[in-house]
Ligand binder design. Structure first.
Ligand SMILES: Nc1ncnc2c1ncn2[C@@H]1O[C@H](COP(=O)(O)OP(=O)(O)OP(=O)(O)O)[C@@H](O)[C@H]1O
Length: 226
């Protein structure tokens, strides 16, 4: 479904990615891992055309998307929940969900069953929601675009444990429903049981790819330890 091959990405003169390889197949949940600053967010920005990769290929459903503008990439069927959420603060929950909605299986009703808290707060302005609720709204909004591939960048970062659990429960439900997902998160105990595959980045390159069961303590210490 998504095939990223040998991409290189720069911020001005400074190179952040030196050869990232990554694949997500239909129905798969893939975890993109690596310590701070190794290039996870830059990889996601490159996939979505927010910072264009200068080399390599990014194919989504057999279409080369590396040079497409961000809006065309979203339209091709990729849905992003960016780091830091970014809901529209002065729109209501309902308006946030509807503003980028596209026809498909995900509707207001279905998002309400995934996140009942959002339904209870549907008329509230997004800026009055808690951080965790805003995160749920960001996920709901991405789902309302009915993406064939959903990408979550640090969806549980900095949230209270009870809210994190609600979000992980939703992610597990998405997995059961066969939603193809690329996930960046530091919580190995949550990710490893549900990921089909893990891709690890170090200093802007893919250094390991495999099933979570193959991620032994040597690999963890080498690439994920602090
Ligand atoms: N806007 C920017 N301008 C210049 N350099 C940047 C910019 N954003 C990130 N970088 C650099 O690119 C490299 C990769 O950063 P990136 O944010 O992709 O890492 P990450 O793995 O997502 O880290 P984290 O887990 O901390 O979010 C780092 O060296 C970082 O300093």
């Amino acid at each position: 479904m998504l095939k990223v091959a040998d991409i290189e990405t720069f911020y001005g003169p400074s190179q952040a990615l030196f050869g990232v390889n990554l694949e997500v197949n239909a129905g798969e949940m893939v975890a993109l891992m690596g310590r701070n600053g190794m290039g996870k967010t830059t990889t996601i920005r490159s996939i979505f055309g927010l910072t264009q990769a200068t080399r390599g290929t990014i194919e989504f459903e057999s279409q080369e998307i590396r040079r497409l503008p961000a809006y065309r990439i979203a339209k091709a069927g990729l849905g992003l929940v960016p780091e830091g959420r970014r809901c529209f603060p002065n729109l209501s929950v309902r308006e946030n969900l509807l503003v980028t909605a596209r026809p498909g299986e995900w509707t207001l009703e279905k998002v309400a069953t995934l996140f009942p808290r959002l339904e209870e707060r549907r008329a509230q302005m997004a800026k009055t929601l808690s951080g965790g609720e805003q995160q749920m709204l960001a996920i709901g909004r991405a789902l309302m675009t009915n993406p064939r591939l959903l990408v979550l960048d640090e969806a549980t970062e900095g949230l209270a444990p009870v809210i994190r659990q609600e979000i992980w429960r939703a992610i597990r439900l998405l997995k059961e429903q066969g939603q193809a997902t690329l996930l960046v998160d530091k919580s190995l105990s949550e990710i490893l049981p549900i990921a089909d595959r893990c891709t690890i980045l170090e200093k802007g390159s893919t250094v390991w790819d495999g099933k979570p069961a193959a991620l032994d303590s040597a690999v963890r210490d080498r690439y994920l330890g602090v």
